[in-house]
Design a binder for this molecule. Structure first.
Ligand code: RB5
Length: 149
């Protein structure tokens, strides 16, 4: 599976820890920036990530094997920006229950987290839960997701 990841300055340090963890697990990781903890604008990186993920979804239709992770200070701005893009279902999760549920029920394709909200230990568990949980493909969830737009 391909993991596309991005952050602003607020999420930069946590992003580096997540990348290290994902590489240890053997995932291919694409980092869209930012490249430092210098102040920047989070929508730039939400856009870069969703551009790549959208291309990947379009090319591979339903069976795309890619997910996104966006980290800012709160995760809120990233989730708002990412959810403006058609085909993107970004979920703000700071606990493993939500991460599991949003993959099973909402088929979320982007995980958003706030580095000023969550510590790295729990963040990595949230990441693992999000990546390791498949969409249930239950008819009622497919129907509800189709009602988003
Ligand atoms: C940056 O200070 C902060 O606003 C940003 O990281 C994020 O929390 C926005 O939602």
């Amino acid at each position: 599976m391909k993991i596309i990841i991005g952050s602003d300055h607020g999420g930069y340090d946590l992003k580096l820890e997540i990348i290290e963890h994902l590489k240890t697990r053997g995932f291919e990781v694409i980092d869209v920036g930012s490249d430092s903890d210098a102040s920047t604008d989070y929508p730039i990186y939400a856009k870069k990530l969703t551009d790549i993920l959208t291309e990947y979804i379009t090319a591979n239709n339903i069976d795309y094997d890619a997910l996104g992770i966006l980290v800012c200070g709160t995760g809120i701005g990233m989730s708002m920006a990412a959810n403006k893009v058609e085909g993107i279902r970004a979920a703000l999760c700071h606990d493993t229950f939500s991460a599991e549920a949003t993959r099973e029920h909402n088929n979320a394709n982007v995980l958003c987290m706030g580095a000023r909200v969550i510590g790295p230990g729990l963040a990595l568990k949230v990441v693992d839960t999000f990546i390791d949980t498949p969409f249930s493909k239950d008819e009622r969830h497919v129907r509800r997701i189709s009602m988003y737009s």
